[in-house]
Design a binder for this molecule. Structure first.
Ligand code: HEC
Length: 121
């Protein structure tokens, strides 16, 4: 009898605990928005919006997210020549030309700088 009542007394506390757990897990925190600095020229921003953003601003695509220095660091370390090669020729799930068929090599470099937050020489 005593054990039973102790159990009953514990029930609300347990339910509260469960509810509290549910609260922290249910609404998963929104992923930090991938963003590029607002300093990009309108033209470059338009190219980015039209081509690169579809993947590089979407978590889960496997693409290093724009503005995520950590994700870009090992890629930047390869050097701009490799990055340009991979952009123009494609690289795994990264489509050739980043789906921007009319982008110039110079624009690709600027787009990579924009997304990675790095300035190449
Ligand atoms: C269809 C989706 C998609 C689009 C569109 C896209 N990318 Fe990517 N990109 C990826 C993925 C996925 C990776 C990661 C590939 C890997 O590491 O396996 C990637 C990787 C890269 C890399 C790193 C390559 C390396 O060597 O590490 C660069 C640079 C890049 N993208 C540039 C661009 C640029 C510039 C654009 C727009 C002109 C663009 N991407 C558009 C999906 C995309």
């Amino acid at each position: 009898m005593r054990i039973e009542s102790a159990g009953r007394a514990l029930m609300p506390a347990l339910l509260l605990l469960l509810a509290a757990c549910g609260k922290t897990e249910a609404p998963s925190a929104p992923a930090p928005a991938a963003s590029v600095p607002a300093t990009a020229s309108a033209e470059l921003q338009a190219l980015y919006d039209r081509s690169c953003k579809a993947c590089h601003a979407v978590p889960g695509t496997g693409a290093p997210l724009s503005g995520n220095a950590q994700a870009w660091a090992p890629r930047v370390a390869q050097g701009i020549d490799t990055l340009l090669d991979h952009t123009i020729g494609g690289y795994n799930a990264m489509p050739p030309m980043g789906a921007c068929m009319d982008c110039t090599e110079e624009q690709f470099e600027e787009l990579i700088e924009l997304m990675s937050g790095t300035t190449f020489d």
